[in-house]
Design a protein. Structure first.
Lengths: 290, 426
């Protein structure tokens, strides 16, 4: 049981990290609110399903098209919605959250209800670690999560564009004086974040079915990881994912699974009370952002 | 002249009074309004509404309902009451019902609320306005108790779908079968953390496993939306469970069976997981559900060759909507309740609610679910013989993606077969 908790705790942590990287890039690093993140995650899943089942495209092509589609939606959302309320953080949050609701309810409206919406796994089969059996898809998720987190760290610390993302969050006016066009970077940040949500969806959703209501859960988990880890910190995302992931798994295994959701919410409450900027948050205090 | 005028006016008034209140005559085309509160965002709600529409179209095409010699069509007014969503307050669901009754002038409510707490609260509303209501989703037996406790007030509510007590009977029968056939007597219960699933789990322990001498080696409740069931499955393995009883109706619960396969848990999955009910499940879960046993709450939702009307209904739906029924609960009752109502109105010769209620109580009809009759609590009686009662069943998923009815024996298409890697305990 303990070994099982270690293995599945690690996988759970990886899933949380994967869910949070895109949100962290947009909201955490660039300071652009994207509370339609969960909706974009679900949108990408359904888009892949549509490409695969209605158009009969090759799976890899479907994935590429969905990631591109999600990025496009993110960018359009920035220019049509966020740009109009920019500088009013609460309005940004409300506008994007509202748009997210609209996207998800549109899927309901257009009959995307039921259990037939599933994506194929990348790797079938399972293997054992000691007495614990794990399927290859979950290991694949863990590998992708580690790779994407590493990429995000490299991107935001060692590339010109990544540094520009961080710059507009730290001080937009100063960034402008350095020739960083904040609107363009903001739009790119939304596009990148949305593309990462699509990658997470395509990798994680084959474990089960695509359900509209899953979008809300994704947003809560991503938010919990980013707040606990500290907005803007990639290392924070990693550490928070591990902390929350293992806490959830051990809670499920040694207490009851219905306490699992409380772990995320309790983590948010505790961190806001003790260290509002998060474990590794080096930018502004959280209350100044929201 | 003046005198004659007065006589004429008085005569007219007299004739007017003699004629009584002026009731406009019922016109042949005046529809009987069926208010359908549903939850379109949920599979059962969507397919249930489809089935109500299908039955209404069939009846209207055949001329409508004969109400005392006048043929009148049914007209459906549907509303998304969202009663299936846990966060939606009961008051909102009641408001939706009131809208149908007061604004849309629904003569009858069909299908009705999802969550039992909503359905039970709405019983007061339909009682107040005397609008007969036929339920097709909510499963709490509290509804029948309420009818029997205060018949005059609550007699307007009927339930056509399976209730929790009958579900337990089907599950109990399956467990007895597994015990007799394979010697299994150790069970691990995994249920969704919602009222109906918790209650079903409780009753299974109290009324079935304790009495049958089974050992409940563990139990785990998962909040709605859970997507990792490894903790329960690991416990089931550690405690040497022979059977896993799942009770779930959330979309993510299909993951449980996938994980059961990939983690190679040496126990048989036998219970209810809503995503496993429909024919698309095999493809959706990549064939990883081979051997799993799943409850279908009402036949007709699965075609049962020994009940031809269930096959006819299943095929009719597929032909009309271009895809098969996926929900294991509600579509067949939703279809049948429209016919039940039609027949009751025709027997009553009126749409007067009290007279229709009296006739509804006398219902005796062979339909997609078997023989349909109500008990004193206004619940359709479910059992094990389709010639006598309505039926639910247990199916087993088999390669290459077929649902085989394995329980009750009266309608079984085959025996339960243990999936690869599982061995009998005797």
């Amino acid at each position: 049981m303990f070994l099982g908790s270690l293995v599945y705790g690690f996988i759970n942590s990886a899933i949380l990290a994967l869910l949070a990287v895109g949100f962290n890039l947009t909201f955490g690093i660039s300071g652009v609110a994207n509370f339609a993140y969960g909706a974009i995650y679900i949108f990408s899943g359904f888009l892949t399903w549509i490409f695969l089942n209605f158009l009969g495209l090759n799976y890899l092509l479907c994935i590429a098209a969905s990631v591109f589609g999600a990025a496009l939606v993110g960018m359009v959302m920035y220019y049509t919605i966020i740009l109009r309320v920019k500088g009013l953080p609460l309005s940004e949050v409300m506008a994007t959250f509202g748009l997210g609701l609209a996207i998800m309810e549109l899927f309901r409206y257009f009959d995307f209800v039921g259990f037939r919406y599933t994506l194929p796994v990348f790797f079938d089969g399972s293997f054992s670690i000691g007495e614990v059996w794990v399927d290859y898809q979950r290991i694949f998720i863990a590998l992708i999560a580690v790779a994407l987190t590493g990429f995000l760290y490299f991107f935001t610390h060692h590339t010109k564009m990544g540094l520009a993302f961080r710059a507009i969050a730290q001080d937009e006016r100063t960034a402008l004086t350095f020739g960083i066009e904040s609107d363009r970077i903001g739009a790119l940040s939304m596009a990148f974040g949305s593309a990462l949500a699509a990658v997470a969806a395509i990798v994680i959703l084959p474990l089960g079915t695509i359900a509209v209501e899953g979008g809300y859960e994704v947003l809560i988990n991503a938010l919990a990881v980013c707040i606990v880890g500290g907005l803007g910190s990639t290392v924070g995302v990693l550490v928070a994912s591990v902390l929350i992931g293992y806490a959830q798994t051990f809670t499920a295994n040694y207490l009851e699974p219905h306490w699992m959701m409380l772990v995320s919410l309790a983590a948010i409450a505790i961190i806001l009370a003790v260290k509002p900027s998060g474990l590794f948050g080096k930018q502004k205090e959280l209350e100044e952002r929201i | 002249m003046k005198r004659y005028t007065w006589i004429f006016v008085i005569a007219l008034l007299f004739l007017g009074l003699m004629a009584g209140p002026q009731v406009p005559p019922v016109q042949a085309n005046q529809p009987i309004i069926l208010g359908v509160p549903t939850s379109i965002g949920f599979l059962e709600g969507k397919e249930g509404l489809f089935c109500v529409n299908m039955a209404v179209d069939e009846i209207n095409k055949a001329g409508g309902v004969n109400v005392g010699g006048v043929m009148r069509p049914f007209k459906v007014i549907a509303i998304d009451a969202r009663g299936a969503e846990p966060g939606v307050p009961v008051a909102e669901v009641i408001k939706a019902h009131k809208k149908l009754i007061l604004e849309d002038k629904a003569n009858f409510i069909v299908f009705g609320s999802f969550r039992s707490e909503c359905a039970i609260a709405v019983m007061d509303v339909v009682g107040q306005y005397k609008v007969p209501m036929l339920l097709g989703v909510a499963m709490s037996p509290a509804m029948e108790k309420k009818v029997q406790a205060n018949y005059d007030k609550y007699k307007y509510t009927f339930r056509v779908c399976l209730n929790a007590v009958y579900l337990i009977k089907y599950l109990a029968g399956t467990m007895a079968y597994l015990n007799k056939q394979f010697g299994f007597n150790r069970v691990f219960i995994m249920n969704q953390d919602v009222a109906w699933a918790r209650k079903t789990g409780d009753l299974m322990v109290k009324l079935v496993f304790d009495k049958m001498g089974w050992k409940v080696v563990g139990r785990q409740a998962y909040p709605t939306g859970s997507s990792d069931f490894s903790s329960g499955l690991m416990k089931a393995r550690a405690k040497k469970a022979q059977v896993i009883l799942p009770i779930f109706d959330m979309p993510q619960s299909g993951i449980l069976v996938k994980q059961w396969k990939s983690m190679r848990i040496p126990a048989l999955v036998a219970g209810f997981i809503s995503p496993l009910a429909g024919p698309a499940a095999w493809k959706s879960f990549g064939g990883k559900i081979d051997g799993a046993l799943n409850s279908i709450f009402e036949i007709g939702n699965v075609p049962c060759p020994k009940v031809p009307k269930s096959v006819e209904f299943f095929n009719k739906y597929k032909k009309r909507y271009g895809r098969a029924i996926e929900a294991g609960h509600s579509p067949a009752p939703a279809y049948e309740m429209v016919y039940i109502l039609k027949e009751a109105i025709e027997r009553a010769g009126t749409i007067d609610p009290d007279k229709v209620v009296s006739e509804l109580e006398k219902t005796d009809r062979m339909g997609a679910m078997g023989r349909i009759r109500f008990n004193k609590g206004h619940q359709v009686v479910y059992g094990t013989n389709p010639a006598e009662t309505a039926m639910g069943c247990m199916v087993q998923w088999r390669k290459p993606g077929k649902r085989v009815i394995v329980f009750p024996p009266s309608i079984a298409e085959g025996n339960i077969v243990l999936p690869e890697g599982l061995k009998p305990a005797k």
